[in-house]
Write a protein that binds this ligand. Structure first.
Ligand code: DAH
Length: 339
């Protein structure tokens, strides 16, 4: 009997089937009432008592093997056959959900587009910076509060390794390496040590513009600002410049645009003033030009910088900065773009 068991085991292990009918034939051959395995089971009665234990175990294993082998053959054929039945080459493929572009990327690209029409090319710099490019070269006094731990993230104990707090650092990097004419736009991420709230975040995005050449005047700056405001917020947009202070520009100004919600009549969004602030700007301080190796008696320039989040908030009336980094698809899917 042991020989018969071994022979059947080898047969079953090698068994193949081309279709489901052949699988059924195998089942009948081995497992039906008169099948080979069943017959062996019946013969088991005649096995001498001392062999019953060993042979019984072998016989059970054979039965299990046959059952599993036949089930496996059936399953593999059923899968193939069901694919064949379903295969319809004319069927429309299931739609792949397309992602959307992040609102900050959309707005950043729009800003970059507008200034590239004025001749600017993109310049980028590192997010991990040194004191010289973020502060010293930009005319920040040694005791300027912006250098303070309250504002700046230092990466190591060495106060010369820090996360840039503004993209103005790219100005000095470019001016150090290039002589005028310089016309650049620098988009990028910046970091400040702020508690996260609806109105402040520890990282955000800025776009910096720098134009240095002979005879660049404040009138050039004003015209570029007006062009930008109208392209970004519509042709009826008005601008106003208020005197301000930045270490790296002199004179400095902040620009407001007429409120794009109420058209300047006054609403809760613009706190009933009719104006909303959108950027800082000014004429590059001669100290900055000189620090970067540019002759300030020959060249002058203007610079401006704005927060991408701020422009996006205005354009889409978003009033919580945290939405930009929460990855909530319900928010993000509202921004579709043809680009
Ligand atoms: N760097 C300034 C900030 O982070 C923004 C800024 C103001 C940039 C005036 C400029 C500028 O280039 O001229 O708040």
């Amino acid at each position: 009997m042991i020989d018969k068991i071994n022979q059947l085991r080898a047969e079953i292990e090698a068994a193949t089937a081309a279709d489901l009918k052949e699988v059924e034939a195998l089942r009948i051959k081995y497992l039906s009432k008169k099948g080979e395995v069943s017959l062996l089971m019946q013969d088991f009665r005649n096995v001498p008592a001392e062999q019953k234990r060993e042979l019984g175990q072998k016989l059970n294993e054979l039965k299990t093997l046959a059952g599993e082998r036949i089930a496996a053959l059936r399953e593999s054929l059923e899968n193939v056959e069901s694919v064949d039945v379903d295969l319809d080459l004319t069927r429309t493929p299931s739609p792949l959900p397309l992602g959307t572009r992040h609102p900050l990327s959309l707005v950043r690209d729009e800003i970059v587009d507008i200034f590239s029409r004025l001749g600017c090319t993109i310049a980028e710099g590192p997010e991990i910076e040194d004191d010289w490019h973020v502060f010293s070269s930009l005319n920040f006094a040694a005791d300027h509060p912006a250098r303070d731990m309250q504002d700046t993230f230092f990466v190591t104990r060495n106060p010369d390794v820090l996360l840039r707090t503004h993209t103005s650092s790219v100005q000095s990097r470019v001016m150090e390496k290039t002589q005028p004419p310089i016309r650049i736009i620098c988009p990028g991420r910046v970091y400040r040590n702020e508690a996260i709230s609806a109105r402040a975040h520890c990282f955000f995005h800025q776009v910096e513009v720098l134009y240095v050449d002979e005879h660049v005047s404040f009138a050039d700056l004003r015209q570029a600002l007006l062009y930008f405001a109208r392209e970004m917020f519509g042709p009826d947009t008005k601008i106003r410049l208020r005197p301000s202070y930045f270490p790296f520009t002199e004179p400095s100004a902040e620009m407001d645009i007429s409120c794009n919600l109420c058209g300047g009549k006054g609403c809760s969004f613009c706190k009933h003033t009719g104006w909303v602030e959108i950027l800082g700007c000014g004429m590059v301080d001669p100290n900055v030009l000189e620090a970067c190796g540019i002759d300030s008696t020959k060249y002058s320039g203007y610079a401006l910088g704005m927060g991408v989040e701020r422009i996006t908030n205005l354009k889409y009336q978003i009033n919580d900065l945290r939405m930009f980094s929460e990855n909530d698809k319900r928010f993000l899917e509202q921004f579709r773009s043809a680009r």
